[in-house]
Design a protein around this ligand. Sequence first.
Ligand SMILES: NC(=O)c1ccc[n+]([C@@H]2O[C@H](COP(=O)([O-])OP(=O)(O)OC[C@H]3O[C@@H](n4cnc5c(N)ncnc54)[C@H](OP(=O)(O)O)[C@@H]3O)[C@@H](O)[C@H]2O)c1
Length: 305
Amino acid sequence: MPTAGAGEVRVGVRAAAVNFPDVLLVAAQYQVTVPTPFVPGSEFAGVVEEVGDGVVGVAPGDRVVGTAIAGAFAEQVVVPAASLQPVPDGVDLRHAAAFGVAHRTAYHVLRSVARLEPGEELVVLGAGGGVGLASVQLGVLLGATVTAVASSQDKLDVAASYGASRTIAHRGADLRQALREQLPGGADVVVDPVGGALAEPALRSLHWGGRFVTVGYASGEIPRIPLNLVLLKGVQILGFQFRDFVEHLPDEYRRNEDELTQLLVEGRVLPHIGAAFPLTEVVAALQLVATGQAVGKVVLDVTAA
Ligand SMILES: NC(=O)c1ccc[n+]([C@@H]2O[C@H](COP(=O)([O-])OP(=O)(O)OC[C@H]3O[C@@H](n4cnc5c(N)ncnc54)[C@H](OP(=O)(O)O)[C@@H]3O)[C@@H](O)[C@H]2O)c1
């Protein structure tokens, strides 16, 4: 049993969500490395069991959600108190665990980076995945008309059920042509958590002055965009990285977090949990995400047998 040191809290994990970076970390392909052996898992919700010296504002019995580089795919996790947030009353711990990384990323991207406005045309790549489906949900809530792009019909059906007006299955299709047909006036914003071969045709779908936000490279390939496209189309290519956003725009970060929590509390947005596994099947859970088959979020029910 780990113990909480000064400034730390030990949480009894009830649910953990699998994120793409967990896959990269166990494959030693992430931006940071953790010495092996380590327990993976970066997002969890549970109940506080012990607080270390100097911790204020958190007490045993509190329901919390938290993030870490690793350690969350376990019955107990010890983290700095500052990495925890209270789970609002009425929100179950499974939804809390699945809500953090994907929805917060999507909301900061749409609200502060893309500065999405009601009535705008939003194209979301990877629209069946964690960040993509959250972008669909939140884009619709922010009043945009959403075009969802994904590899399979089941992902697109889920995106449509959350309000995507148009869907495009890109596998075996000409994405550039499909976007041109569906959006003859061009898109205002593209959100891209996938990269690879999809990025350029998606960028080409923007009308003059549109915004393209690069969020991640789940395809495993960092796209190279010809700069003359940016010149000719007068578009903006913008980037988002969570830890830099928190550091550089703290006020905007706080505002967005408060707005998003309110949406969760009001039940206006809930994460889509496409699959759940007991902790003993963590490898299968990671593989589902690693192979791009996850729909929405994949959750580990840590207390399940
Ligand atoms: N910048 C940030 O701060 C930040 C924050 C969170 C996440 N991210 C990054 O955003 C990306 C997406 O995260 P996520 O949680 O949405 O992941 P996810 O749930 O696994 O979804 C990723 C999507 O990428 C597509 N894909 C294409 N090739 C793939 C492959 N070889 N393996 C896996 N997926 C593939 C799939 O969509 P198709 O249907 O099109 O195949 C899949 O639905 C990751 O790279 C992650 O590291 C960045």
